[in-house]
Ligand binder design. Structure first.
Ligand SMILES: Cc1ncc(COP(=O)(O)O)c(C=O)c1O
Length: 464
């Protein structure tokens, strides 16, 4: 055995204690840390012939890596849709590494898989989805969209009397995929599925919105009767807009299409009685994508794919081999997901749900949405910015008065360290998005965010 391996094994309790103290002090200041990372000027790592041992590797991490990490776990990182990690989720995630389970079967008697199933049940209950929904852990919303659309592809084949999982996409005789504002990960999934990134047709949006125009969708469906998939949004990434699922369900009853909903973060609206109407009707979807490393605030990577079509899921993803056992009536995740071996993602989610429950998560969602609305109101009444869309959930989409300044504002604000927001393009013009999805974010943080934005915009005006 490598001498460092045996030394590290013997010193593990002391090493873990040192790491634990360091982690606690980092998390203690993540709320006040500079949000975006300062430029790094460190030599790149290279593979040593003889190792350094865990303690020196840790020292190197502290001096060379950590100082230039973004405070993405903190409360004012409003870029992308970034969740943090609740205390219980961090504990759960640490224990994932300690126990290092591979919940692919129960052949070794481990209860890891049972806990994974129980956690799926807890999540289904949290989101208020009916029992018919089967949930499968995946690495995030991209893979969740992939799973949902893989099942849609299999269903399209069934409509035509072919099994795509056996015969391949070449056997598919025509299909229609309709969407208004799909997330880029959904079109990426179409590429990965061999259907093609450009295989979808754009349905017109309601005026000034990112949500589908129902009448336009009806016209498209009437023209394309037969094998059709509709990709709908519960929370578009630009403006947090929602398709009207009750309308979609009425159309689904009329035309019989596959309804996939990307609810990566918007699915969390179901946690609050105030916001739940946004997702009303989603329980009639065929497949639903929800991210967990966003608003559930568990560490990366974690998402869940819900579907009511277990048979199609087994057709697409079953992984049959004598050494793995047979596909049971209640199939193991290896027969339901793209991955075979996988991290015990359920444990951080289980810890977090057990620690904070339905009420704890409802409070996080409602607080984040309240803060987003407040930021939206300030922007609306400001002479420095334009609010580009009503704040329906947790995303504030806005722009500098001079639209061409958006990128410079984002850079200036990032360099100031008070907050971090990300750019986008809305209705062909530059825009800025701020997404609230961290469990720590408070009224005090909102003040710092606002101050950073105002200072950034004033600087631009002064330099104009
Ligand atoms: C609506 C939506 N769908 C899918 C994704 C992709 O998520 P992930 O990065 O977890 O794959 C995102 C990410 O922000 C999103 O907002």
């Amino acid at each position: 055995m490598d001498p460092w391996l045996s030394e590290d094994r013997d010193r593990l309790p002391a090493l873990l204690e040192a790491v634990s103290a360091y982690a606690a002090s980092y998390l203690d200041q993540v709320g006040t840390a500079r949000v975006a990372a300062p430029p790094a000027d460190v030599p790149p790592s290279s593979l040593p012939a003889t190792g350094l041992g865990a303690e020196r590797a840790f020292e190197r991490f502290k001096t060379c890596v950590a100082p230039s990490l973004a405070a993405s776990a903190g409360p004012r990182h409003l870029g992308f849709v970034t969740g943090g990690a609740t205390p219980a989720a961090v504990i759960g995630d640490w224990l994932v590494s300690v126990f290092d389970q591979n919940p692919i079967s129960q052949l070794d008697g481990s209860t890891a898989l049972r806990l994974e199933r129980e956690t799926v049940d807890m999540l289904r209950s949290l989101f208020g989805l009916p029992e018919q929904f089967l949930g499968t852990f995946v690495s995030g919303a991209t893979m969740s969209n992939f799973v949902g659309l893989a099942l849609a592809r299999e269903w399209l084949g069934r409509q035509q009397g072919v099994r795509i999982s056996e015969e391949g996409v070449g056997a598919l005789r025509g299909m229609t995929i309709l969407s208004a504002s799909p997330h880029s990960s959904a079109t990426k999934a179409l590429s990965m599925l061999g259907l093609g990134r450009r295989s979808w047709q754009e349905v017109e949006c309601l005026p000034g919105r990112e949500a589908m125009d129902r009448a336009a969708l009806d016209r498209r469906l009437a023209k394309n009767a037969g094998s059709t998939v509709v990709i709908a949004s519960a929370g578009t990434v630009n403006t947090g807009d929602f398709d009207d699922f009750q309308e979609l369900v009425r159309l689904k009853d009329k035309y019989g299409f596959w309804l996939h909903i990307d609810a990566a973060f918007g699915g969390f609206a179901s946690l609050s009685p105030l916001l739940q109407p946004l997702v009303e009707g989603w329980q009639c979807a065929d497949s639903i994508c929800i991210d967990l490393h966003k608003w559930l605030n568990v560490p990366y990577d974690s998402g869940i794919a819900f579907t009511r079509h277990r048979d199609l899921q087994v057709d697409v993803f079953s992984n049959v081999s004598p050494y793995l056992g047979q596909v049971a009536a209640d199939p193991e995740p290896i027969h339901l997901a793209p991955e075979n071996s996988h991290r015990w993602r359920a444990l951080p989610a289980w810890f977090a749900l057990t620690a904070y429950g339905r009420d704890g998560y409802r409070e996080i969602v409602e607080r984040d949405c309240r803060l987003a609305r407040k930021l939206g109101e300030r922007i609306q009444h400001s002479t420095l910015f334009d609010l580009l869309a009503p704040v329906r959930l947790n995303i504030v989409c806005f722009a500098t008065k001079h639209r061409g300044d958006c990128h410079r504002l984002i850079q200036g604000v990032r360099d100031g360290g008070g907050t971090f927001v990300t750019p986008t393009v809305l209705h062909q013009a530059p825009a800025i998005r701020a997404a609230f999805s961290n469990w720590r974010t408070s009224e005090g943080d909102l003040e710092i965010v606002w101050e950073s934005l105002v200072k950034g915009a004033q600087k631009l005006t002064a330099n104009a």
